[in-house]
Design a protein around this ligand. Structure first.
Ligand code: UD1
Length: 420
C-alpha cells in the first residue's frame, strides 16, 4: 500500500491539465457491449476503476486494450452474461453493465454492489426502470438476475427520495436504445457524464433526445455500430485542482476546467471571494488572502456536487468564520471529518449537517483516507497545513485521480509517494 507525504505551506503556481472524466469513461466502456463492432474511446485516464471495468468487459468475452489514453473494445460475441461479485464489489459503477447486457443479450446477471463506506446505496431505481422496459428481475445468491424475451419502450419516472440517479439513468438508457419503440425517462439525471454517454450512444446510431434535461426520450433502434469518441474532462478533478489553488493562495491555470460543468461550485467560490478568471482552455485562479465562509447543500446536478463536498470542507476549515454544509445525497458521507480533526480542524457533525468553525491554519498530521473524495480533501488540507502530513491508504485516491501527486508537483507542491 502507498501513502502520500506532503510538506504543506507552499502556494501552488503554474498550469495543469485535467484528465478525462472517470464517471463518463466507466459507463461508456460498458456501452461498448451494445455492439459487435469496434469502439475506440480517447482521453481515458489511467485509473484503477478504469482497469477494473476493462477486466469486467474481458470477463464477459469482449476484447479490450488500453494504451496511451485510448481504450479499444471489440465485443464481437459475448461468452457470459454474468458480472462477478469479486469485480463488482470493488467498484459500484460496474453495476452499469446491467443495462447493456440486457439490451444486447436480453439477459444479465450482475452482482449487487454491496455496502459502501459513504452509506447505503440502493439500486431500486435501476430495477424500476429495467422492469418498466419489460424485464423480469430476481435476486439470486447476491446477484440481480434480469431477463426479457423482448424489451419494449415505456414511460417511467426515475426520481427517488434523493432525487435522480446517475447510474440508474445510464443503465436504463443503455437498455432502452435497443428496445422496441419509444422510452421516456422523467426525472432523469442531468449530469454532464449522462450527456456524454447519450452523445456516445447517438454516435453509435442510437436515437436519444433531451439528454441534459430531466426528460430523456429514446427511440429504440435494431442495431448499434462501432465509433470513436473523445471523453469530456473530469469536472470533479477540475474542481479539486481549483480548490488546491484557492486553499494555498496560489496562482494556477487549470486547463480543461469547464465553467459550464462547474456552475454551483464556482458560484460558492465566488461568494467566498476566490478570484476566478477565464483562461485559454480553462480557468485561472488568482491569489486572494482573505476568504469568507459559505453555506451549501449538495444536490443532483446542476446543484452542488456531493463529490466536491469533502474538498470544500477542507477549504472552509481554514476560512475563519462559520460555514454549514448539508449533505443531501449521501447523508453519511462525512468520514473525512474525524481525519480533519486530527489536523486541528473545528467541525461539528449534526445529522446530515457539518458545522465548520474555520481556523487560521491547520497542522500536518498522519491521516487515513476512507474514500475517494475524502482522500482528495485530506491532500488539500495537507497542502496548506503547517508541517508534514502523511495520507495513508491512497488506493482510494488512485481509483479516481490520475497522477494527482505529479500534477501537484508540477505546480510546485512538496508531495511524494512512499510505500507504507
Ligand atoms: C454517481 C457517481 C458518484 C456520485 C453520485 C452522486 C458515477 C460512476 N458515480 O454515482 O461519483 O457521488 O453519482 O452524484 O457516475 N439512489 C437510490 N436508488 C437507486 C440509485 C440511487 O435511492 O436505485 C440514491 C442514492 O443512494 C443517492 C442518490 O440516489 O442518495 C444519488 O445516487 P446516484 O446518482 O445513483 O449515484 P451513482 O450513480 O451510484
Amino acid at each position: 500500500m502507498d501513502k502520500l507525504v506532503i510538506e504543506g505551506g507552499i502556494s501552488l503556481k503554474g498550469t495543469v491539465t485535467v484528465s478525462g472524466a472517470k464517471n463518463s469513461v466507466l459507463p461508456l466502456l460498458a456501452a461498448c457491449l451494445l455492439t459487435n463492432e469496434r469502439c475506440r474511446i480517447k482521453n481515458v485516464p489511467n485509473l484503477r476503476d478504469v482497469n477494473t471495468m476493462i477486466k469486467i468487459l474481458r470477463s464477459l468475452g469482449a476484447q479490450a486494450e488500453f494504451s496511451n489514453g485510448e481504450v479499444t473494445v471489440e465485443a464481437k460475441s459475448l461468452k457470459s452474461h454474468t458480472a462477478d461479485y469479486k469485480l463488482v464489489s470493488t467498484m459500484r459503477a460496474s453495476f452499469c453493465v446491467l443495462g447493456p447486457l440486457l439490451g444486447r443479450l436480453r439477459k444479465a446477471k450482475v452482482s449487487l454492489p454491496g455496502g459502501c463506506i459513504i452509506g447505503l446505496r440502493p439500486v431500486d431505481l435501476h430495477l424500476k426502470g429495467i422492469m418498466a422496459l419489460g424485464a423480469k428481475v430476481e435476486v439470486q445468491g447476491g446477484y440481480i438476475v434480469v431477463e426479457a424475451k423482448e424489451l419494449r419502450g415505456a414511460s417511467m419516472y426515475l426520481g427517488g427520495g434523493f432525487g435522480s440517479s446517475v447510474l440508474a439513468t445510464d443503465n436504463v438508457m443503455m437498455a432502452a436504445v435497443l428496445a422496441k419503440g419509444k422510452t421516456v425517462i422523467e426525472s432523469a439525471a442531468c449530469e454532464p457524464e449522462v450527456v456524454d454517454l447519450a452523445n456516445f450512444l447517438n454516435k453509435m446510431g442510437a436515437k436519444i433526445k433531451g439528454h441534459g434535461t430531466p426528460c430523456i426520450e429514446i427511440e429504440g433502434v435494431r442495431h448499434l455500430h462501432g465509433t470513436d469518441y473523445h471523453v469530456i474532462p473530469d469536472r470533479i478533478e477540475a474542481g479539486t485542482l481549483v480548490l488546491a489553488a484557492a486553499i494555498t493562495q496560489g496562482d494556477c491555470v487549470i486547463k480543461g476546467a469547464f465553467k459550464e460543468h462547474l456552475g454551483a461550485l464556482l458560484d460558492k467560490l465566488n461568494e467566498s471571494g476566490v478570484k476566478i478568471e477565464d483562461a485559454d482552455g480553462g480557468l485561472r485562479i488568482k491569489p486572494r488572502k482573505t476568504l469568507k465562509p459559505v453555506n451549501f447543500t449538495t444536490l443532483p446536478y446542476p446543484g452542488f456536487p456531493t463529490d466536491m463536498q469533502a474538498q470544500v470542507m477542507s477549504l472552509m476549515s481554514v476560512t475563519p468564520g462559520i460555514s454549514v454544509i448539508t449533505e443531501k445525497i449521501y447523508p453519511d458521507r462525512f468520514m473525512h471529518v474525524a481525519e480533519l480533526h486530527r489536523m486541528g480542524a473545528n467541525i461539528m457533525r449534526e445529522g446530515p449537517h457539518a458545522i465548520i468553525s474555520g481556523k487560521k491554519s491547520l497542522s500536518g498530521a498522519p491521516v487515513m483516507a476512507s474514500d475517494l473524495r475524502a482522500s482528495a480533501a485530506l491532500v488539500l488540507a495537507s497542502l496548506v497545513a503547517k508541517g508534514r502530513s502523511e495520507v495513508s491508504r491512497i488506493y482510494h485516491l488512485d481509483r479516481g485521480y490520475e497522477n494527482l501527486e505529479l500534477k501537484f508537483q508540477k505546480l510546485g507542491a512538496r508531495i511524494w509517494r512512499e510505500k507504507e
